[in-house]
Design a protein around this ligand. Structure first.
Ligand code: URA
Length: 184
């Protein structure tokens, strides 16, 4: 068993360890050129131990498909690995306690592109003062790594306008994957 997966599955670094059914380390090839990062597991993910396995996952799959990308070629995870009770937002303390896991995953995967799905991922990985509403679809570059902030798939579930914007951003992602210099 992979050491990072094992340390996430047995993690006791924050109180979510007491209420989770399963930790959700992530899923995908290692290494991976493209990494997608969400917020936190929900009910389905907590029960199955797999990321984006519920309604948000179906949205994500449709976006990947529209962009000609398939789930088995990308690595999918979330900022925090355990479900917050009643799906409340993760606390600052939980994000801080969990950061070591995400850092180790990024080091291991060596992605060229990271898609930040939602405000929690954008703020945790790039800058606390940024918001998805104004940053989505804009490519951020740092040390040869490209970050693409997009709406969280759960946020577009009942909003056609946001769903169209998410699809546009995944089309941009498809171009970036084909040519990481594009958009420069
Ligand atoms: N939302 C997330 O951010 N991550 C998951 O794994 C599922 C839903």
């Amino acid at each position: 068993v992979d050491e990072i997966v094992r340390s996430i599955s047995t993690c006791q670094r924050c109180p979510l360890a007491k209420t989770r059914v399963r930790a959700v380390p992530g899923q995908g090839p290692v290494p991976a050129g493209l990494m997608l990062i969400g917020e936190a597991p929900g009910r389905s993910e907590d029960e199955l131990g797999q990321p984006f396995s519920g309604a948000a996952g179906r949205v994500l799959d449709s976006m990947l498909e529209a962009a000609g990308l398939s789930r088995d070629r990308v690595y999918i995870t979330s900022v925090i690995k355990c479900r917050p009770p009643k799906n409340r937002n993760p606390s600052k303390e939980e994000v801080a306690a969990c950061a070591i896991h995400l850092q180790r995953q990024i080091e291991r995967l060596q992605p060229r592109i990271i898609v930040l799905m939602g405000n929690v991922a954008l703020k945790a990985l790039v800058d606390h003062s940024l918001t998805i509403g104004t940053t989505r679809g804009k490519i951020l570059r740092n040390d040869g790594l490209l970050y693409l902030p997009v709406y969280h798939p759960a946020a577009v579930l009942y909003n056609r306008t946001l769903a169209n914007q998410l699809r546009d951003d995944f089309m941009l992602l498809a171009h970036l994957v084909a040519d990481p210099q594009s958009g420069e």
